[in-house]
Write a protein that binds this ligand. Structure first.
Ligand SMILES: NC(=O)c1ccc[n+]([C@@H]2O[C@H](COP(=O)([O-])OP(=O)(O)OC[C@H]3O[C@@H](n4cnc5c(N)ncnc54)[C@H](O)[C@@H]3O)[C@@H](O)[C@H]2O)c1
Ligand SMILES: O=C(O)C(=O)C[C@@H](O)[C@H](O)[C@H](O)COP(=O)(O)O
Ligand SMILES: [Zn+2]
Length: 368
């Protein structure tokens, strides 16, 4: 088992990574509990595979648990999902010091984290991520949220988990399309500030997606370490450090809004197209070599990810997409900071471009 720490002073927490770890989870959770009781929240796909093994692992340590199973999919990260979950937790008699287990992908992690940030003004939770996206990104860092019609993650809170337990073998039951969506967030770490890791992705991404466990282990450990480092440096995204994790997201969230947060375009797929757009926008403005932007597009296309507006299934015009971007949480003084690039592994934040320029660029991209 590998152990990393997210260094946040009194709120620091461990990330445990190991094949088969969920079958051993009781021993890791027990020392955190004030009473031998926990509540597991998951979705029905994940429940089919992992609810019983986790229940057994907790029972082995004499930890009682109850469970709440939500519908799978982005629509669960909503006011109605939040209402149902918070009422269930209160009905279960949750105490602030109890630890709720978020078992699933980013949808479950974001929703459970937000519910735990507000129930009784703050309860503890443990992330047990079961998608590649959640293992490399969403389970770490404490961004929790629900979506509303105006935009992605617009209602939420920073609320750090007490522990993250990553069992990479859970990815063996994950559908290939979901694995690909998570892979986009892996590639993101290379594009932010680690050109060597992007080159590693070019060489090993296909193997990872074909189920190579050594490639999977390397990608998870490397990505999680990068995420922990960035979160520790700028927990609340106030210093243009954590904002780099938003590479591809200002564009990507607009694409998700345009497709109604439906399974037409998964979050990671939108991020893939968004990262290509961020690099193409950078190249169009003379910031990034066109060859580097092409390299980003070609790698994502080679693993079957959306890499253009057309391949993401987007028909709306530039102004319509830019209007979604105006809701971005990073907007300050009416200007939207964009995460742009000077080349592979050289991302940076700038508010030098207004939304009209972005809209004109997106209109041009409709024919690419
Ligand atoms: N908080 C953050 O820092 C952060 C970071 C990135 C993404 N996100 C959010 O995460 C969400 C996307 O998360 P996601 O991609 O994990 O999607 P998801 O949670 O919807 O899971 C994807 C699908 O896979 C199924 N599934 C999960 N684990 C499985 C397994 N091991 N075997 C079989 N099926 C499994 C789920 O039931 C679901 O149908 C978005 O809402 C995004 O905004 C948050
Ligand atoms: O942890 C972060 O910070 C991120 O930006 C990670 C992103 O992958 C993730 O999708 C996040 O939810 C986006 O944050 P938001 O603030 O743009 O909603
Ligand atoms: Zn993301």
């Amino acid at each position: 088992m590998e152990k990393l720490t997210v260094e946040l002073g009194a709120r620091s927490y461990p990330i445990l990574i190991g094949d088969g770890l969920i079958r051993d989870i009781g021993a890791h959770v027990a020392p955190l509990l004030k009473r031998p009781r926990t509540m597991i929240v998951t979705d029905s796909h994940v429940a089919d595979h992992y609810l019983a093994p986790i229940g057994t692992a907790l029972a082995m340590e004499n930890i009682a648990c109850s469970s709440f199973v939500l519908d799978p999919g982005e629509a669960t990260k909503s006011w109605s999902g939040l209402a149902r979950l918070t009422e269930w937790l209160i009905g279960e008699g949750i105490e602030r010091s109890d630890h709720v287990i978020a078992l699933g992908g980013g949808v479950i992690g974001d929703l459970v984290g937000f519910a735990c940030s507000i129930v009784k003004r703050g309860c503890a939770f443990i992330q047990v991520p079961t998608t590649l996206l959640a293992q490399v990104d969403s389970s770490v860092g404490g961004k929790t949220a629900i979506n509303v019609p105006a935009g992605k993650n617009l209602i939420g809170a920073f609320h750090q988990p007490a522990m993250v337990v990553i069992d990479p073998t859970t990815l063996e039951t994950l559908p290939r399309r979901e694995l690909g969506a998570g892979y986009a967030e892996v590639v993101k770490y290379g594009l932010i500030d680690d050109a060597d890791f992007f080159a590693w992705c070019e060489a090993h991404g296909a193997a990872l997606l074909a189920g190579d466990s050594a490639a999977r282990a390397h990608a998870i450990a490397h990505s999680v370490a990068a995420k922990a480092r960035i979160v520790a440096a700028d927990e609340r995204e106030t210093q243009d450090i954590r904002a780099l994790l938003n590479l591809g997201h200002s564009f990507g969230h607009a694409l998700e809004a345009e497709t109604g947060y439906s399974d037409r375009l998964l979050h990671g797929e939108a991020v893939a197209a968004g990262m290509v757009l961020a690099h193409q926008f950078s190249a169009a403005n003379g910031l990034c070599p066109a060859a580097d932007a092409a390299r980003v597009r070609d790698h994502l296309a080679s693993v079957g990810l959306p890499h253009s507006l057309a391949s993401a299934g987007i028909n709306g015009g530039g102004a319509q997409l830019a209007a979604h971007m105006a809701h971005d949480k990073k907007v300050r003084g009416g200007r939207l900071p964009l995460i742009l690039s000077r080349g592979i592994g050289q991302s940076f934040v700038t508010d030098a471009y207004d939304l009209d320029a972005v809209a004109a660029f997106l209109d041009e991209q409709r024919s690419v």
